[in-house]
Design a protein around this ligand. Structure first.
Ligand SMILES: Nc1ncnc2c1ncn2[C@@H]1O[C@H](COP(=O)(O)OP(=O)(O)O)[C@@H](O)[C@H]1O
Ligand SMILES: [Mg+2]
Length: 264
């Protein structure tokens, strides 16, 4: 028996009123892959991740996470995944350690497990120095790191990260990248969204590109590069940036030079 994919969607649609935010998306993410969901602002990345993690119900279509249908067995999915949502969802009047402890108890971990894991996670995220500091006093980057620690405490099989590097400084983002690479090397599946090409290019093994709710391309990073070198002018693999601009449509108005002349 072959192992089921970590994530699979079948003609997934999300409408907000008449507006189609996610338009018949078919995705497949293999277990153990480091998957980058790439697209410009407003493409439908967060909406997709919210459906995959049970925060939003699809308008139509199906999705399976770790071979469970999330609408039928939400708890089976939720106990096996970790999520760092766009808005982080932290209780700001708790300290970092309290937040981790609360999260661990929610997942039914034992007290000694929680103590041990919290201590290590806080150290890893470099948050151990300020045990009495409330989350409300944290910087944005500190909140991101704490949210990631909360998403890891129950040892999830898949980690969903919505724009994890937004607002994180270079040092923290290095820690984060190293950690994510180590985790995927040990078999964890990472599903991250980003509008930053370089991040996806550097980290991910597999990629899908979305724009205006539609899936434009998906495959391994190498495959996508190969694809473009065939279609292109016979040169070697191009950077993902060129590919991204090509598939998303780089015709950002040739009149740009005339615009903004009052400003520049
Ligand atoms: N709750 C909502 N109600 C109405 N429109 C929404 C809602 N959530 C997202 N949208 C719209 O759906 C589109 C996709 O949004 P989103 O998934 O957040 O994009 P991304 O994360 O790729 O930047 C955007 O046009 C956004 O304005
Ligand atoms: Mg988003």
């Amino acid at each position: 028996m072959t192992e089921s994919p970590a994530v699979e969607t079948f003609s997934l649609v999300k409408q907000f009123g008449a507006f189609v935010a996610v338009d018949h998306i078919n995705l497949q993410v293999n277990r153990g892959s480091f998957f980058g969901f790439l697209g410009p602002n407003g493409a439908g990345k967060s909406t997709t991740i919210k459906m995959l993690t049970g925060l939003l119900a699809p308008t139509s279509g199906k999705l399976r996470v770790l071979n469970f249908d999330i609408s039928e067995q939400p708890m089976e999915v939720k106990r096996r995944i970790g999520v760092v949502p766009e808005d982080l969802n932290l209780f700001e009047r708790l300290t970092g350690a309290e937040m981790l402890s609360f999260t661990g108890r929610m997942y039914g971990l034992r007290r000694d497990e929680i103590a041990h894991r919290s201590k290590e996670l806080l150290e890893l995220m470099d948050l151990q120095e300020e045990p009495t500091k409330l989350i409300v006093e944290y910087s944005h980057g500190m909140k991101k790191k704490l949210s990631l620690a909360c998403a890891l405490i129950h040892r999830p099989e898949i980690l969903f990260l919505d724009e994890p590097f937004e607002g994180v400084d270079a040092i923290a983002s290095r820690t984060l990248k190293d950690l994510l690479m180590r985790l995927t090397a040990r078999g964890l599946t990472v599903f991250l969204t980003s509008h930053v090409l370089e991040i996806v290019e550097r980290l991910c093994s597999d990629i899908a590109i979305i724009a205006q709710g539609k899936l434009l391309a998906s495959g391994s990073l190498d495959e996508l590069r190969q694809g473009i070198s065939v279609e292109g002018d016979g040169q070697g693999p191009v950077s993902l940036e060129e590919y991204f601009i090509q598939v998303v449509g780089g015709d950002r108005g040739s009149s740009n030079e005339e615009m903004l002349d009052w400003l520049v």
